[in-house]
Every structure is written in C-alpha cells, then in structure tokens.
Design a protein around this ligand. Structure first.
Ligand SMILES: [Cu+2]
Length: 200
C-alpha cells in the first residue's frame, strides 16, 4: 500500500535525522588548561603563558595576548603553536598586579572561539604597582566572554583524541543533515500530493 510505504520512508528519514550525531557547537574548540591558571595568584611573575586547547591550533589563526590592569598590551612573543598548545613568552618582567590573558583560536569547523581570564602577580619582594586602576579592570573581563566553551564535552571526544585536524567530519555531518532535510521535505510533499489526489 502506497501510504504505508511513504510513511515508512518518512519514519526512516526522521530516524536517520535523529541519529546524526553532529551538533556543530560540540565541535568547537575550547580552552582546556592554562598556565598561569585562571584566577591564579602568583608569588613570582610568570615569563610565559601556555594555553592548551581541545583541538589542534592553526598557527595562522591563533592569538594570545596579555594585558595589564589598564588594558595595555604587555609585549610578548608571537604564539608558538605545538599541536593544541600555544605559548607566548613575556618580554619583560611583570610587576605586581592583575593581568588578563585573551585568546582567539579557530575550531576544526573554522569558527573562531575567543575568551579571556585573569591572573594576579603578587610578589612579596616586588614594589606595589602605582597605577590605581580599579574600576576599569572588570569591564574588560566581562566584555570578552568565551563563545565556544559551552559544550566542551563528550560528543566530540573521538575527534579530539585523534588529534588530526579533519574539517570533513563536521562538514560531512552538516551536509548529511541538509541532504536528509531535503529528502524529508520531498517525501512530505509527495505524500501530501498523493493524499490530496486520492481524496479528490
Ligand atoms: Cu562552528
């Protein structure tokens, strides 16, 4: 019977849609580990900032900055990228104070991910900084909200473990979804026409 086969096909298509695992948000890169750590209070000034991400970094699209409490950029080297890890070396010694690390990287699917966090240098041997910059500091941290850290977890674990940058996974999944949607639309259209023809 026609209607039954169309219904069965439609059910199969919908099932396939549900089974497609790709939620693009889950494929996004995210910060996994930072040195100095978020909100760390260090008794000795760091000379490097090292950020390890979920996915391999593209050296051409990796930015790591360090800013002081007045939002002035601290001179650093360009990021040295090794796999999923990026490191900048801080040119001069950091004085006591609060610093913001900002980063911008791309995900495997090409979408940018950015975020920031702060750490504080409180070396008891160092003189206190003269800058009384209290109200301006929190604004910078609030403005730079991480966009991709939401679903850092499970669905992408296999891809992250393999460590290769394979955009086809996300692209294929996206293409499959689009294709299935088109098929579902056609099936619905045909089914409706058949039904309409039968009633007239
Ligand atoms: Cu994306």
């Amino acid at each position: 019977m026609r209607t039954r086969s169309v219904t069965a096909l439609l059910a199969a298509v919908l099932t396939a849609l549900l089974l497609v695992p790709a939620t693009p948000a889950a494929a996004h890169n995210s910060l996994q580990e930072a040195t100095p750590a978020r909100d760390a209070r260090l008794t000795a000034a760091p000379t490097q900032v090292t950020l390890r991400f979920l996915q391999r970094l593209n050296p051409s699209y990796t930015t790591i900055t360090v800013s002081d409490a007045d939002q002035r950029k601290v001179p650093t080297s360009a990021p040295a990228v090794d796999g999923a890890t990026g490191t900048v070396t801080i040119d001069g010694p950091l004085g006591n104070g609060t610093y913001t690390v900002g980063y911008r990287v791309v995900s495997r699917d090409g979408h940018p991910v950015q975020g920031s966090y702060r750490f504080t240098v409180a070396d008891p041997a160092a003189p206190a900084p003269s800058a009384p910059a209290s109200p301006s500091a929190p604004a910078s941290a609030a403005a730079a909200v991480s966009t991709g850290a939401d679903a850092a977890g499970e669905p992408d674990a296999s891809g992250a473990r393999s460590g290769d940058d394979s955009p086809p996974v996300a692209l294929l999944a996206g293409g499959t979804v689009a294709g299935l949607l088109v098929v579902a639309g056609v099936v619905l259209f045909v089914a409706r026409r058949r039904r309409a023809r039968r009633t007239t």
